[in-house]
Every structure is written in structure tokens, then in C-alpha cells.
Design a protein around this ligand. Sequence first.
Ligand SMILES: Cc1cc2nc3c(=O)[nH]c(=O)nc-3n(C[C@H](O)[C@H](O)[C@H](O)COP(=O)(O)O)c2cc1C
Length: 229
Amino acid sequence: MNSVSQAIESRRSTRAFTKEPVSKEQILRLLNLAARAPSGSNTQPWKVYVLEGDKLGVLCKKVCAVYDSIAKQPELTKEYQAAYDYYPQKWFSPYIDRRRENGWSLYGLLGIAKDEKEKMHIQHRKNFEFFGAPIGIFFTIHQELGKGSMLDYGMFLQNFMVAARGEGLDTCPQAAWNHYSKIILPLIGAQEHEMLVCGMAVGYADQEDIVNTFRAPRVAAEDFTTWLA
Ligand SMILES: Cc1cc2nc3c(=O)[nH]c(=O)nc-3n(C[C@H](O)[C@H](O)[C@H](O)COP(=O)(O)O)c2cc1C
């Protein structure tokens, strides 16, 4: 395999990180590489906020506190809505089946059974600590941009994750943060017109943690491709 294939193949969503630091120079280099992504009319819709140290710690504490309070008072959920629908309003096959398989395989690996709400809460909460990563990133977009810009954004995000893997780093893209944008956006100094696209944990995978042995399966190309000749 060439190095690009290797980076793509070995990337996975990492859900436990070591504290090994990552330099500002490295993150900026990777962001510059990611920004080579194509975008419609070269609009480059990305805006990026990188957090580390105290700034990361303070933000995580605030969001974790709200996440915990929602568990005690579920009616608070409606106050914390994501700015855009990442998932469909109503799930359907085969997507719901893949989602379930993914969730239960991961929880199964962690020994979390279907009725263990508290354990699920603890696991999901790790999102709001960037899974222990030394670097947390938030990505925003101008909310007036079109759907196509989200397509461009995905290419930028994947470029970043693959480039990071190429340098031995690990990542986890995180839509879980999106529900808390009204806490996050003011804290990072975003402008009124910015919408949170997602967060991302960046660092080195903790190889000792069982969660990182999870390898999500894929449908084979032969099964999702129609060949016309
Ligand atoms: C935009 C985006 C948002 C995601 N949000 C989360 C998240 O909030 N928390 C999480 O643990 N995984 C999140 N994931 C990871 C997916 O669950 C993961 O990509 C999928 O299960 C496939 O596994 P892999 O990335 O290891 O190949 C997200 C992935 C993407 C692309």
C-alpha cells in the first residue's frame, strides 16, 4: 500500500487518547494541507478554532456540567438543539440498522448492556472531554452558505484526518458537540453568523484502551456500486 492508502486505511475514530502533546506548528501544517481540499468556486467555507490547555479544560467542564444536568432533567434537552440536522428526523433501513449495529458493537466491546443508562451516559460524556485528547478543534461555517459548502467541508475534514494519520496522529470527528453550540460559540469567540459544523479530538491513540480496538465494518464496493457498460 502507498502512504495515502495506508493513512486512509488506518484512520479510525479514536475514543481514548494519551496526554502526549501536539505542537501548534504541526496542527497548522495539517490545517494548511487540509485546506488544499476542493470547494465550489474555491469558496473555502471552513473556519477553525483550536483549543488546548486551560481553554480546552474550561470549555469541557461547562459542557459536561450541562450534559449531566440534562440527564437529571431530560426536559432541558429542548434548550440544546443542534443548528442543523446531522441525522434524519425519522430513521429508516438500512441506515438505522447500521447505526444500531455500530452502537451496540461499541457498547458490547465496553461491556455496556442495553439497559445500563448510567454507563452509557459516562461513555457518551467522554465526547465532551474530547476523549482525553490534548487538542480539541471546533469547525464552523457561515450559516448563509448552501448545502454544497457542507460537501466541501467534509472534504476538508477528511483531508485533515488523513493527513494527521499520515503523521502518526489520531482523530475523532464529533457531531455530539453540536447540541451545545449555544455554550460553545460564545466561548470560542465565534461571530453571530457562524454555525457549528462539528468538533474533533486530535492526539495520539491510547493503545491500551479497549475502545480503540473497535473497527467499524463497511459495505463492500461491489454491494453499493452499479456498473453500467
Ligand atoms: C461528522 C461526523 C461526526 C461524528 N460524531 C461522532 C461523535 O460525536 N462521537 C463519536 O464517538 N463518533 C463520532 N463519529 C464517528 C463515527 O461514529 C465513525 O466515523 C463511524 O462509526 C465509522 O467508524 P470509523 O470512523 O472508525 O471508521 C462521527 C463521524 C463523523 C464523520
